[in-house]
Design a protein around this ligand. Structure first.
Ligand code: TYM
Length: 341
């Protein structure tokens, strides 16, 4: 089976619509056809200032949401990054193969560090993409003519980090011998960049969007409906797809189309002449129908924390088995002396 690895940060009280359409929906779909590893990346979450109690809660809520969305701990390996210390260890090795300038060209780093200011920008934020490369490559199948693929379902904003991961895999292989398969980004065609409801040219983002611009998976139905009704649309009244002139309506059409599985052309035809109001009202219902059951299941999963912790411990065990084996090979190839038995 091909492998799939992906991660999500526990940096908000809820995942949002962009996470869901850009990545998480694919996680669920791919677990049936792949050997799947899905990770709540708490090490990444501390690259910006955080509160320990909040991080602990968000990590559990994140795991519960993944399960509630349909990630099945029997079919997929679901785990917390800090439970598998090899992630940090491989990141160190890969960091020593990464150029300072190369890391400095990462646009997410440039965006985040310019927002934090130099005093608030940690070295961890700078090396964030190297840790991400380690996450992925730890789960690389062994290379060879029949090696299975290594696929990474993510949104458009992760494309550059995936390119760096491929570069580092190639560089390691070149210097130390074939060890990693080059991972392939799996970026959905139509939902790779869901935009902010209030600022439809900017990405919907936990860190940058205003609360009115984000649709949270765990949001109560009332406020969720209101946000969609109040989403910025454009001058005119026609429901048509036009990225340049109608960024707001275009974003809503993409969301609607992805959630309902209807083509944009069919939606345009359905709402021809009916104006924005009816369109948004129906879209709000589609979003609610998708997220209400997920919210309810998440809350139920959080009621039994012991069970959740058991599931995560089980996932960590399965992930460790793979990560430990990869790291043994890496240590040997790099030239570290084995510890013996
Ligand atoms: P994170 O936690 O910021 O986001 C999780 C996933 O959601 C996608 N995404 C979006 N997709 C479409 N439209 C949007 N507005 C939108 N906002 C977010 C992201 O592309 C991502 O797929 N660096 C990663 C976490 C990570 C990771 C990894 C991912 C760490 N290690 C290894 C893959 C493999 C991140 O910041 O995700």
């Amino acid at each position: 089976l091909p492998r799939v690895f992906s991660g999500i940060q526990p940096t908000a009280d809820s995942f949002h619509l962009g996470n869901y359409l850009g990545a998480l929906r694919q996680w669920v779909a791919m677990q049936d056809t792949h050997d799947a590893f899905y990770c709540v990346v708490d090490l990444h979450a501390i690259t910006i200032e955080h509160d320990p109690a909040v991080l602990r809660r968000r990590t559990k809520v994140a795991a519960a949401q993944l399960l509630a969305m349909g990630v099945d701990p029997d079919r997929a390996t679901v785990f917390v990054q800090s439970h598998v210390p090899e992630h940090a260890e491989l990141a160190w090795v890969l960091g020593c193969l990464t150029g300072f300038g190369e890391a400095g060209r990462m646009t997410q780093f440039k965006d985040k560090s310019s927002k934090q200011g130099s005093a608030g920008t940690s070295v961890g934020l700078f090396t964030y993409p190297v840790l991400q490369a380690a996450d992925i490559l730890l789960y690389s199948p062994e290379p060879g003519p029949d090696a299975p693929d290594l696929r990474v379902p993510v949104g458009e904003d992760q494309r550059q980090h995936l390119e760096l991961t491929r570069t580092l895999a190639g560089r390691f292989n070149h210097r130390f011998g074939e060890t990693f398969v080059a991972p392939e980004a799996f970026i959905p065609k139509d939902a790779a960049k869901i935009t902010d409801l209030q600022e439809p040219t900017a990405k919907m983002s936990k860190s940058a969007s205003s609360p009115q611009g984000i649709v949270d998976v765990l949001e109560d139905p009332g406020p969720m409906r209101k946000k969609i009704m109040r989403a910025v649309t454009d001058t005119g009244s026609e429901v048509v797809y036009d990225e340049e002139k109608k960024a707001g309506v275009t974003n809503l059409l993409r969301i609607y189309s992805a959630l309902e599985g209807t083509s944009v052309a069919d939606l345009e035809a359905r709402y021809a002449g009916s104006g924005y109001g009816q369109f948004k009202k129906d879209l709000a219902q589609v979003v609610l129908d998708t997220f209400t059951p997920i919210r309810e299941r998440t809350l139920r999963l959080l009621d039994d924390e012991e069970r959740l912790e058991r599931l995560l411990a089980h996932g960590a065990g399965r992930a460790s088995a793979v990560a430990e084996r990869t790291m043994e090979i890496v240590r040997d190839r790099v030239g570290f002396v084995g510890r013996g038995r």
